[in-house]
Design a binder for this molecule. Structure first.
Ligand code: HEM
Length: 151
């Protein structure tokens, strides 16, 4: 084998190796993305959050949303999208009240929290959000229950 041919083979072999370790950005499955990107970014998150808030308002278990009119619902969607973005590495700053303050006097129960999370899952399914990305968001929300339960 010629020396130049050998070096070329060696160079190709290292590229293949680096790609398989994800060290070379390939623009495909290896490209580094955030959990926010995996959710689908702002457009998809706004779509499923709007859907989720509408489901919450219709859910008889979630009585606390009885006073949430269309204007309040629209505002809630904006706050939730920023919160989800902040929680999943999208680089946003959540502008609202903390979870204890936001839910003061609502006496939220674990069953209600689960019902809300289930509606959110239905909305994410309807928006074709990958299962793994759904679970990552839900895992970020789960610890918030302790901040709002029974307050
Ligand atoms: C992971 C769970 C939850 C998250 C991330 C969440 C997040 C939020 C946020 C960001 C706000 C707006 C805060 C602000 O105005 O500054 C809010 C308001 C509110 N939340 Fe939650 N919440 C959760 C669970 C619940 C549950 C379980 C209930 C009731 C069963 C509930 C009922 C409400 C109501 C009624 C409002 C006020 C909506 C309005 O303006 O009419 N939330 N929540």
């Amino acid at each position: 084998m010629l020396k130049s041919e050998f070096s070329l083979r060696r160079a190709l072999a290292s590229v293949v190796l680096l790609c398989s370790f994800g060290l070379v950005p390939t623009g495909g499955a290896h490209a580094a993305t955030t959990d926010w990107d995996a959710l689908g970014g702002r457009d998809v998150v706004t779509t499923f959050t709007t859907d989720a808030v509408n489901r919450w308002r219709k859910n008889p278990v979630l009585v606390q949303f009885a006073q949430t009119d269309d204007a309040k619902a629209a505002r809630l969607v904006v706050f939730l999208v920023e919160q989800f973005c902040a929680e999943t590495g999208g680089g946003c700053t959540y502008p609202g009240k903390n979870m204890t303050e936001a839910h003061k006097g609502m006496n939220i129960t674990t069953a209600q929290f689960n019902a809300l999370a289930e509606d959110l899952q239905f909305a994410m399914d309807a928006a074709n959000v990958p299962f793994r990305a759904q679970n990552k968001l839900l895992a970020k929300l789960a610890p918030m229950l302790k901040d709002m339960k029974g307050r």
